[in-house]
Unconditional design. Structure first.
Length: 426
């Protein structure tokens, strides 16, 4: 249920009644996650379960404080009021971590989603060397563990960072900004948590835009949960995510959604990835600043690295002031973006495409050329239903998405990560 490196499935020998029970518990929790408080009849119908089975399973989840029953809702006709079942999760803590180039963000919540604490830890030397960066993260995490409330237990940790992450075993394959290469981050974190007495715990690592996309689709999109959604965003560069039925689709090895390195123009400018004409090289924030003349080309990359919000603010202010060069550069960027999305819509056929990060903030200068490029594609009935949605603010999606994915990890394996706390039955 989480993005990037998700909690691995439990390894079992053959099929057993435990598999069936675990699968049914997972269905109930996912139904409540996606549909909110529901009656037992609605859950049974949505999950394909008999009511007799529901009674036992809901009792199991109640005994672990993963669900609770709300006040009864009076139905038409005779009979007792229906008592909707909702996700509880108060005793269980999930922790989202965003590792940025200049610092680390933490967000602790209950598995039910109630915020417990948040913290920002400046760490400008994260990128100085892999081992120095790892030491900074390790020490910052140890400090945050002291903030887990008494009576609560940490059961899941999700890390987001700017880099490629192999799905198994949570290895950072390459993060140019951090300088991390083949860093077995999930294993290191698991060992550190065990040394602190935190076990069992699900530890996962994912590309930061995967988790930003997860939050955008599940929390911010004012539409019913789409079957397939594509997200493009980022503060410094173009990142992406494909979200299927509310979960990030990582592909075979966790690299799906690498939309920023879609090849738009093979004869285009060089990209930091080593290719030419990637979407990033054509519409990246550094490129837009340099080509528009808002910031001298030799200073653009440094400004975007050190303060992407200030860089974006300068570009937006110049566009709002009707600077003709800035407007022309943004119109061309919208055309390049539309070309990439045209291919993406044809390949993935999503219900919705979301633009976030700096692309969402620049929406009024990008959407018209994007829509013009997509017009031919969406004139075909198979693609006509694709919606284009722009998110116009810089909501902290990454750390919020990381916390959301950590909560999902607990819901995906309740029998391993939680324990019975009461004798309550359904």
């Amino acid at each position: 249920m989480s993005g990037g490196r998700s909690l691995p499935p439990r390894r079992r020998r053959g099929w057993s009644t435990d598999d069936l029970r675990h699968g049914n518990l997972l269905r109930i929790l996912r139904h409540l996650r996606d549909h909110g408080p529901s009656s037992r009849n609605d859950i049974a119908a949505g999950c394909g379960l008999a009511m007799s089975t529901m009674t036992d399973l809901v009792g199991e989840l109640r005994s672990r404080r993963l669900v609770h029953e709300l006040r009864g809702v009076r139905r038409s006709g005779a009979g007792r009021p229906a008592r909707p079942v909702a996700i509880d999760g108060e005793p269980w803590c999930a922790l989202g971590i965003e590792v940025d180039l200049l610092g680390i963000e933490f967000l602790g919540t209950t598995v039910g989603g109630r915020e417990l604490w948040s913290a920002s830890v400046p760490a400008p030397l994260l990128h100085s060397s892999p081992e120095a960066g790892w030491a900074l993260l390790r020490d910052a995490l140890a400090e945050q563990l002291r903030r887990v409330p008494a009576g609560s237990r940490l059961v899941a940790v999700q890390v987001a960072l700017p880099g490629y992450v192999a799905t198994e075993p949570g290895t950072v394959g390459w993060s140019a900004g951090l300088g991390w290469d083949r860093l077995e981050l999930a294993d290191r974190l698991t060992a550190e948590l065990a040394a602190e007495g935190v076990s069992p715990v699900a530890v996962a690592v994912a590309h930061h835009c995967h988790l930003a996309g997860l939050h955008a689709v599940r929390v911010e999109l004012e539409l019913p949960l789409p079957h397939v959604a594509v997200y493009l965003g980022g503060l410094r560069e173009v990142g992406g995510a494909v979200v299927v039925d509310g979960s990030v689709f990582g592909g075979a090895q966790g690299g799906a959604g690498d939309i920023g390195h879609t090849n738009v123009d093979p004869h285009g400018p060089g990209c930091p990835c080593g290719r030419h004409g990637c979407l990033e090289s054509l519409v990246g924030l550094t490129t837009l600043l340099a080509r528009s003349g808002v910031v001298p080309a030799e200073d653009a990359e440094a400004l975007v690295t050190a303060d992407p919000k200030a860089a974006l603010g300068a570009l937006l202010a110049a566009a709002d002031a009707a600077d003709p060069q800035v407007r022309a550069v943004l119109a061309e960027a919208g055309d390049f973006l539309g070309a990439a999305l045209d291919d993406l819509v044809g390949t993935v056929n999503p219900n919705v495409v979301l633009l976030g990060g700096y692309l969402g903030v620049l929406q009024r200068y990008l959407l018209e050329p994007v829509q013009a490029r997509l017009a031919q594609r969406t004139s075909v009935s198979s693609f006509a239903g694709t919606q284009l949605v722009a998110l116009g603010d810089l909501t902290p999606r990454v750390v919020a998405g990381a916390a959301l994915a950590a909560r999902d990890a607990c819901l995906a394996d309740p029998l391993t990560l939680t324990s019975v706390l009461s004798d309550e039955a359904g």
